[in-house]
Design a protein around this ligand. Structure first.
Ligand code: TYD
Length: 229
């Protein structure tokens, strides 16, 4: 497949959504055909499952949750990610499989073999070429998230619902995944300023694209790409 697939991962409040946005904008400025997307969601069907998942208020069993994240992912992969890669485009996804491994597997302790099997079914060979893990101590990211959300965000605050110990396990889950394959994963210290973190994100993506034979100065593909969501 000609395109390139990057996912941006990290605990809540790691700044991942902002970095994913910046990355999409930067690639676009470099005339790269890029589709920015997110999980859960990214396709019309997966966005419906997102509403279900994020509106469930914690009533779902973690295994049922993992199955729904995988169902959303299967739709997202088939409807948006694969067509974009086949057209030669770059996909930037705010979260992907590693979030299920970290949250449902390491955080909620669903059997890791089951989680891995689900990824195999939903994603198969279409795993990301590059996974950026924005690593930060959850005690720091919790403060950040609270500052950002203000009092209005407290009722939806995942830190409030799950606690710091859960998020510490999630963080370890991401780091363990990264340690399994240093050629595809880049761990970036996200406790620093956004500009410092962005410098490392940009460098990691530029290097990975070059390794993949993509020049940032040239237009990759002028064919219209599938529109996100
Ligand atoms: P997201 O929309 O990325 O929210 P935020 O930007 O605030 O982190 O993700 C929503 C929540 O869904 C987040 O707490 C992480 C969780 N999540 C899982 O538990 N498993 C998954 O597979 C995915 C994709 C997300």
């Amino acid at each position: 497949m000609a395109g390139f697939f990057v996912s941006v991962e990290g605990v809540d409040g790691s700044g991942k959504s902002g970095m994913a946005r910046r990355l999409g904008d930067w690639l676009h400025e470099k005339s790269i055909a890029v589709v920015s997307t997110r999980e859960p969601g990214g396709s019309a069907g997966a966005e419906r499952i997102r509403e279900l998942l994020l509106g469930s208020g914690g009533i779902l069993d973690p295994l049922a949750e993992a199955l729904l994240f995988a169902a959303a992912r299967a739709d997202h992969v088939r409807k948006l990610i694969v067509p974009t890669l086949e057209a030669g485009g770059v996909v930037v996804s705010d979260r992907f499989s590693d979030s299920t491994i970290a949250y449902q597997g390491a955080g909620s302790t669903v059997d890791m073999a089951v989680i891995q099997q689900l990824q195999q079914i939903a994603v198969g060979e279409h795993r990301p070429d590059l996974v950026i893990v924005l690593d930060v101590d959850p005690a720091i990211s919790m403060e950040r998230a609270r500052k950002r959300n203000g009092d209005a965000g407290v009722k939806d605050d995942r830190f409030e619902v799950e606690g710091l110990a859960f998020h510490a396990r999630v963080r370890e889950g991401f780091l363990r995944q990264a340690a399994t394959d240093r050629s595809r994963y880049v761990v970036i210290d996200a406790s620093r300023t956004p500009d410092e973190v962005w410098g490392d994100v940009r460098r990691a993506v530029r290097d990975a694209l070059l390794k993949n034979g993509m020049e940032l100065t040239n237009s990759l593909s002028l064919a219209p790409l599938p529109s996100p969501r």
